[in-house]
Design a protein around this ligand. Structure first.
Ligand code: SME
Length: 176
């Protein structure tokens, strides 16, 4: 089903908190409308990565790493420059999110032990796990920024809300 929705504006990194929260509310509603009736997990990841990437000035790499086994992530749909293809749970910010099932909010990637630099321009990063209600890890949502300390509690709150909704919606997917 094709959905023609008006494009959202792109939020600058120095927007104040109420504006950032309002924008996330609009982006999540936009993604919900785009995904209405969609049952394909890969199509959903591609659509979410695209919608997020174009809605925030400070999102420079936006995408998913899929949990293809209990210790390996492989890149899924993404927007931005090329991303590393495979990340073991033992490595990087993505591996830490997969291993701990916890969001990793990193204000300065140069201070994060074993950060994997797919791009030399990345300054800050946030990685959120996508978990089903039963606790199965489907993927992690990874966002990089060339801005230092670009992500805060508001970004974390709404990205966790989005990933929880994806985990509920695709809890039964067999796609990995
Ligand atoms: N920086 C990530 C690797 C993926 S790139 O950001 C796309 C990490 O340390 O896990």
């Amino acid at each position: 089903m094709t959905v023609s929705l008006p494009a959202l504006s792109s939020l600058p990194v120095d927007a104040d908190e109420p504006e950032r929260a309002r924008h996330y509310e609009a982006v999540l509603a936009y993604i919900d409308a785009l995904l209405e009736g969609e049952t394909d997990w890969i199509a959903a990841m591609a659509t979410v990565a695209c919608a997020l990437h174009h809605a925030f000035d400070y999102y420079h790499w936006t995408g998913f790493y899929r949990a293809v086994s209990d210790d390996l992530l492989i890149v899924g749909p993404y927007q931005g420059t090329h991303g590393c293809l495979r990340i073991p749970f033992s490595r990087g910010v993505c591996g830490a999110a997969a291993r701990t099932r916890q969001t990793q909010l990193v204000p300065d990637v140069h201070q994060f032990p074993d950060h994997i630099a797919c791009s030399s321009t990345t300054q800050s990063e946030i990685v959120v796990p996508v978990l089903t209600p039963e606790g199965r890890l489907l993927a992690v949502l990874d966002v990089d920024s060339d801005e230092p300390a670009a992500f805060n509690a508001t970004d974390q709150h709404y990205l966790e809300q989005l990933c929880a909704a994806l985990g509920r919606r695709f809890a039964h997917t067999t796609q990995r």
